[in-house]
Design a protein around this ligand. Structure first.
Ligand code: NAP
Length: 507
């Protein structure tokens, strides 16, 4: 059974153990650990067992949290010198190292990650906290002289960058620690208070991180973790006390939040699924290895997961053979078992959608080259479906992101056809190009409607050392070290007017 072991040290202060060994957690609201009578069950995707319960906040409780952040927290964090904020981040990095095993256990049980993937996420979170020093260099303003006109000869302006006040971060289930840490770092390093709404499927990493933030001395009234279902967020999203909404999630959620949220600043990291374009002169074996990692890594539950492979005719057959060979090496199962490389999918609903998408593809002429089957409530075979280029655009998979390990393989006559098929999707997150012809690569780089192009590598956003983010229905803005400062701050122009009409007056 997928039960969560007792946590260690101070983390024990934020939960109680029920008679059925399920842990009931409190959440952090501006310095106070709170619970509710009504609790939400949290299930492991490994076997759908309940392993934790978390408070189910209502609007009134969130409103009170917002009030504290608005009245006190946003000024407290602003008055905290930058060097102290950085010190808190460094302390948090050490605390994450200290409690690494607790976080790894939570990510394995809660997300169905393999221990190695869970450790990778903890590493990324630590590194992101340590790299906050680089974000700080983006916090600068401008000086504008007024001497462009006689009227303003003795005026000048300073254009300051100021925090927008409160950032509401809404995070998805798939990177429940890293996404939280990333949004926390760029929001608070810029001087904003931080209200966090984690995914209902995986809320624990956010709550544990709040405990570490409290221990590290982060201003109490500048942080809240609101465990409330997404569908009950409308009044919060609309709230004018919130200056920025930073959401990572599906395109449908992004559209809803922007419709309801009205005029405010947004960072939207939305859905996608990427194309890989394989050119005639690519190495088929190496490309296949990388593409299959891009399809199957974390069970395909990554926004930058490869969902389409468009290959030029001369390499097609060899690539197809190599892709199937690589897929055969993927071992699906309970992520706690040795040798398993692909664990479960977050919920049975997504597997139902997978079955629908496979049926849809086959009914339109698709041929299942590998996989195609459900292996249990939350497990699937990694899947590759071949289809003719004339049919690709009809697929359900082309129109909508299906968030697990499934990809479509199609032969194209040239890269122009591949680019056209890639650009025809509503999404525009990333693309991968495999090959060596620099002229074709340059052409593809210029024409692809995406936020990032990875050459001879599968797309991976990593900790955001290189900025990432989508175009079209994949989002607005960029995440990445230093880059998001632009979206969580506002310019304020201060115009200084001096007496006099020019230097000659003083001589
Ligand atoms: P999701 O269902 O859209 O949920 C994301 C978050 O939004 C959750 O916290 C959810 O809360 C909340 N939410 C849902 N409806 C809401 C509403 N009406 N108002 C406010 N908040 C609402 O996405 P997911 O299934 O967790 O994550 C997978 C998606 O994220 C995929 O589409 C993937 O491509 C995308 N993603 C994008 C990136 C990127 O960098 N572009 C990175 C990772 C993931 P509840 O859980 O309570 O519903």
């Amino acid at each position: 059974m997928a039960k969560l072991k007792e946590l260690s040290g101070e983390l024990r202060e934020i939960y109680t153990v029920n008679s059925d060994e399920v842990l009931s957690f409190k959440t952090y609201i501006a310095g106070i650990w709170t619970s509710t009578k009504d609790l939400e069950e949290v299930k492991s995707p490994i076997d759908l067992e309940v392993y934790a319960k978390v408070p189910k906040l209502n609007y009134e409780m969130v409103d009170m949290a917002l009030q504290t952040l608005y009245k006190k927290g946003r000024w407290e964090i602003r008055d905290m010198p930058g060097e102290k904020r950085l010190k808190v981040f460094h302390t948090l990095a050490s605390l994450l190292e200290k409690f690494r095993q607790d976080f790894v256990n939570v990510l394995v049980i809660g997300n169905g990650k393999t221990p190695s993937a869970a450790n990778g996420e903890v590493n990324a979170a630590i590194e992101r906290l340590e790299r906050a020093d680089l974000d700080v260099r983006k916090l600068y303003g401008e000086y504008v002289p007024g001497d462009w006109s006689t009227e303003s000869l003795e005026a000048e302006a300073i254009v300051r960058r100021e925090p927008l006040g409160i950032v509401l971060a809404i995070t998805p289930f798939n990177y429940p620690l890293f996404d939280v840490v990333n949004k926390f770092v760029y929001s608070t390093v810029a001087g904003n208070a931080f209200i966090l709404k984690p995914a209902s499927a995986t809320p624990l990493p956010a709550m544990l991180f709040a405990k570490l933030a409290e221990m590290a001395g982060f201003p109490k009234e500048a942080l809240a973790v609101i465990t409330i279902p997404g569908k009950e967020m409308d009044k919060i999203v609309q709230d004018k006390r919130i200056g920025v909404i930073s959401l990572t999630g599906s395109t449908e959620t992004g559209e809803q939040v922007m419709k309801i949220g009205g005029i405010k600043q947004y960072v939207m990291e939305l859905g996608g699924g990427d194309s890989a374009i394989v050119m005639a002169d690519a190495d088929p074996k190496v490309s296949a290895q990388k593409i299959v990692t891009g399809i199957t890594s974390y069970s395909g539950q990554r926004c930058d997961s490869i969902k389409f492979v468009f290959a030029e005719e001369p390499i097609y057959d060899k690539l197809k053979e190599n892709l199937v060979e690589e897929l055969r090496k993927v071992k699906v199962g309970d992520p706690r078992q040795d040798g398993v490389t692909m664990g479960p999918v977050i919920d049975p609903k997504t597997v139902d959608e997978f079955e629908f998408a496979v049926k849809d593809a086959v009914s339109k002429g698709g041929v299942v080259l590998y996989g195609g089957k459900r292996l249990g409530a939350t497990y699937i075979e990694p899947t590759l479906i071949e289809i003719d280029k004339s049919k690709v655009k009809d697929l359900y998979l082309y129109k909508k992101e299906v968030f697990l390990s499934i990809a479509v393989l199609t032969q194209v006559s040239n890269i122009e056809e591949a680019i056209e098929l890639s650009n025809g999707r509503r999404y525009g997150l990333d693309a991968a190009l495999f090959g060596n012809d620099i002229n074709k690569i340059r052409k593809a780089v210029r024409m692809l409607e995406v936020g990032a192009v990875y050459i001879n590598e599968y797309p991976k956003h990593g900790i955001g050392y290189f900025p990432f983010g989508g175009r079209k229905d994949s989002g607005i803005g960029r995440e990445g070290i230093g880059y998001t400062i632009e979206y969580v701050t506002a310019y304020k122009t201060v115009v200084y007017n001096y007496k006099g009409k020019g230097i000659w007056e003083y001589l």
